[in-house]
Each structure stands twice: as structure tokens, then as C-alpha cells.
Design a protein around this ligand. Structure first.
Ligand SMILES: [Zn+2]
Ligand SMILES: [Zn+2]
Length: 147
């Protein structure tokens, strides 16, 4: 839950107002290290706050707000759709196979190198905090199923 405390602190530091929907969405995201879709968050609300009706539109708005504050990342990971996650450090990324649909989680090392080079060569500070990279997995490449 350390993560969630950090998020709440950052929001306070930025002078943002905390409302009930905001608090609950942050709680739903902080409950696990997994990513959550809007549907997942809705299910969490129904399970934990059955009397508190919150619409998908409200959830979506809160997520956009958190994204603007750079506290969450939004990533399209293929079949699972668009997922949201609190930005964790060190961050992780996903490799998604276009042939079999398998997804792999990878650590930040290759992306840290990419960030460094973009910084050095272009003076560009890339925000690469939760990437989805599409391609073909080893299994599919080796069995020739990449077409
Ligand atoms: Zn992820
Ligand atoms: Zn594959």
C-alpha cells in the first residue's frame, strides 16, 4: 500500500481536490500490481462498495485526471484492451505476440538504454514508462508461424 500513499501524497502536493470517486479509483488501482481495465475497476467497486454507484464515465474521467497528473499509465495490451496501472519504479513493459497473442512482461533495462540514448543524442526526455511492443515470440518465430 506504500504505492497508494505516495499517490495520495503527490495529489495533495499538487493541490488537487480529493473526491470520493477519485479516492475509490485510486484504491482499486492500488489493490494489486496488476493492470486494470475500466471493467475491472467497475467490478471492484461493485464488490467492495455495492451501495456506491459509480459509472464507467466517471471512472474514465478519474483515470484521465490521474494520467494528466502522470500518476498512472495507460497502455493498450492487445486482447486485454486498454489497461491502467499506477506508475511503478522500476517500471516494466510488455511484449505482445501478433501470432499467438501471448504477452510477456519485461523489465526496464532495454528501455532505460533507449531513454538514455534519446536523451544523449537528441536531448529528448522520452516518457517510456509502460510500453507495449508488438512482434513475434520466439516460439512462433521458431515454428515459422509468423505470417
Ligand atoms: Zn504492465
Ligand atoms: Zn507467439
Amino acid at each position: 500500500m506504500a504505492e497508494m500513499t505516495t499517490v495520495l501524497e503527490k495529489i495533495r502536493d499538487q493541490g488537487e481536490r480529493m473526491t470520493m470517486p477519485r479516492r475509490l479509483v485510486i484504491e482499486a488501482l492500488g489493490q494489486s500490481h496488476k493492470h486494470r481495465t475500466i471493467a475491472d475497476i467497475h467490478l471492484y467497486m461493485q464488490a467492495h462498495y455495492p451501495d456506491y454507484g459509480i459509472s464507467d464515465t466517471t471512472i474514465y474521467r478519474v483515470l484521465q485526471w490521474l494520467k494528466d497528473l502522470e500518476l498512472i499509465s495507460q497502455t493498450d495490451i492487445g486482447q486485454a484492451g486498454v489497461v491502467y496501472a499506477l506508475i511503478d519504479h522500476p517500471c516494466h513493459h510488455h511484449l505482445i505476440c501478433l501470432s499467438c497473442g501471448e504477452t510477456f512482461t519485461v523489465d526496464d533495462a532495454p528501455f532505460a538504454t533507449l531513454r538514455d540514448q534519446l536523451q544523449q543524442n537528441y536531448g529528448f526526455e522520452a516518457r517510456i514508462e509502460h510500453m507495449a511492443v508488438y512482434g513475434h515470440c520466439r516460439k512462433c518465430v521458431e515454428s515459422g508461424k509468423t505470417k
